[in-house]
Design a protein around this ligand. Structure first.
Ligand SMILES: *[C@@H]1O[C@H](CO)[C@@H](O)[C@H](O)[C@H]1NC(C)=O
Ligand SMILES: *[C@@H]1O[C@H](CO)[C@@H](O)[C@H](O)[C@H]1NC(C)=O
Ligand SMILES: *[C@@H]1O[C@H](CO)[C@@H](O)[C@H](O)[C@H]1NC(C)=O
Ligand SMILES: *[C@@H]1O[C@H](CO)[C@@H](O)[C@H](O)[C@H]1NC(C)=O
Ligand SMILES: *[C@@H]1O[C@H](CO)[C@@H](O)[C@H](O)[C@H]1NC(C)=O
Ligand SMILES: *[C@@H]1O[C@H](CO)[C@@H](O)[C@H](O)[C@H]1NC(C)=O
Ligand SMILES: CC(=O)N[C@H]1CO[C@H](CO)[C@@H](O)[C@@H]1O
Length: 348
């Protein structure tokens, strides 16, 4: 074995001189004869050379190129949050669901699958792991389909709070999803891929959102006199989701101010931001006298008031959800309300 390798390169380069010496000088060999004689003597050299070429160039393409390509493809394909649903929040867990078609672009043709794998989610900034997701097998052929439907346990609740807080404070955050899987594609040998995907989490300017056109509409409002359970009004509002994914928050409560003074508070007992605008209930306890006085003689147009909205807490089934509370608490924004349009009942 060793010896062959050593001599292999020599015959290849000295063949022409060997050949002419080997041929009897009288007969004029045809080109074909010379070729076959040459091949008879040196076939093994060509075989070895062929094997070397295969080993050196082709296999890396399969073993290195395919994983590299797959990693590149996963790295560069934009992850879409559309269709993502976060529900059933608990202090250290929540449910996540996403069913979506994945684009099968680039050179990934043919059918195959990516094995199921566990992905670790980390905060990009600190590299701290805060949860893991078990990504199911993803089969592809005519496109691919992702189907995630599971609980995510949080190993770092503060990390999740940071992400949620940033999202509500117009600060973006980045996550890294890490994992390793095997890619089976057609007849190509199984390729081991290391996945490290950066994901951007969008954020919102709540001030802009609250004052933007059509972010929420008050569909109905009832004054409760005498108050019921401490609330002196209830209302039904339609809320537009500022984001692209659905999120079940539970009971969110906000304190209200006007000109820096306490006006009261509102509680939204079942806040679930879905893709389409959706109705939700608001229960409130406010100083009506102060509101009406401001509407009539305040600095805004007649009937219009500017109410300061300050996040207080968020709970689900009566249990505080620390990461959502962090997001809600980050909200402190003024909102202009046209009481004549929304709450003319206040003046009757
Ligand atoms: C994919 O992204 C990760 C992290 O950004 C990087 O370390 C890795 O080299 C990338 N892979 C390819 C094939 O570009
Ligand atoms: C993911 O992790 C869980 C628990 O640690 C384990 O039971 C499961 O087999 C893992 N799944 C894969 C695909 O490695
Ligand atoms: C949000 O937008 C408002 C008005 O456009 C601006 O005054 C405020 O600074 C912004 N807030 C953040 C956190 O960027
Ligand atoms: C509120 O009403 C306006 C006009 O009636 C509409 O354009 C907007 O989409 C509505 N917003 C919601 C969240 O329903
Ligand atoms: C608001 O209060 C009125 C009067 O008590 C009641 O009929 C209505 O069902 C309440 N609406 C909500 C959304 O709680
Ligand atoms: C803030 O809101 C909470 C409930 O949402 C309420 O218990 C608390 O009294 C409010 N604080 C003020 C100063 O209004
Ligand atoms: C950091 C961040 O997300 N900033 C955003 C704040 O809000 C404005 C307007 O909505 C965006 O343009 C910024 O990108």
């Amino acid at each position: 074995m060793k010896r062959e390798t050593v001599t292999m390169s020599k015959p290849q380069f000295s063949t022409s001189s060997d050949m002419s010496e080997a041929q009897p000088p009288t007969t004029k060999p045809t080109l074909w004869n010379r070729f076959t004689t040459h091949m008879k003597r040196f076939w093994w050299a060509y075989l070895i050379a062929f094997c070397v070429i295969v080993l050196v160039t082709v296999l890396p393409i399969l073993y290195v190129g395919v994983p590299h390509f797959a990693e590149n493809y996963i790295n560069n394909s934009a992850y879409g949050y559309d269709g993502l649903e976060i529900t059933n929040p608990r202090p250290t867990a929540f449910h996540v669901r996403q069913r979506k078609s994945l684009p099968q672009g680039g050179a990934v043709t043919g059918s195959g699958h990516l094995d199921a794998f566990n992905a670790t989610c980390r905060l990009k900034e600190t590299n701290e792991a805060f949860g893991s997701l078990s990504v199911p097998q993803i089969a592809f052929g005519n496109g691919a389909f992702l189907n995630i439907d599971q609980d995510v346990e949080l190993s770092c609740v503060d990390c999740m709070s940071e992400i949620a807080k940033n999202a509500a404070s117009n600060k973006s955050s980045s996550l890294v999803m890490e994992g390793a899987s095997d890619l089976h594609l057609g007849r190509i040998p199984t390729a081991h891929v290391n996945i490290r995907k950066n994901m951007h989490v969008g954020s919102y300017n709540v001030t802009e959102y609250l004052n933007g056109d059509g972010s929420f509409n008050i569909s109905s409002i009832d004054l409760l006199d005498p108050p019921v359970d401490g609330y002196n009004f209830n209302a039904t509002i339609t809320v537009k989701n500022p984001g692209v994914f659905s999120i079940e928050l539970g009971q969110a409560s906000f304190n209200l101010t006007m000109d820096g003074k306490d006006l009261g508070y509102v509680v939204l007992p079942h806040l679930f931001l879905e893709r389409e605008p959706k109705e939700t209930i608001v229960l409130g306890s406010i100083d009506k006298g102060m509101l009406i006085h401001e509407a009539i003689s305040g600095s805004d147009d007649f009937g219009t008031v500017t109410v300061g909205i300050h996040g207080h807490s968020c709970s689900y089934n009566g249990v505080d959800i620390p990461y959502f509370t962090a997001a809600i608490k980050a909200i402190s924004a003024p909102s202009k309300l046209d009481l004549l349009k929304y709450a003319s009942k206040l003046f009757t």
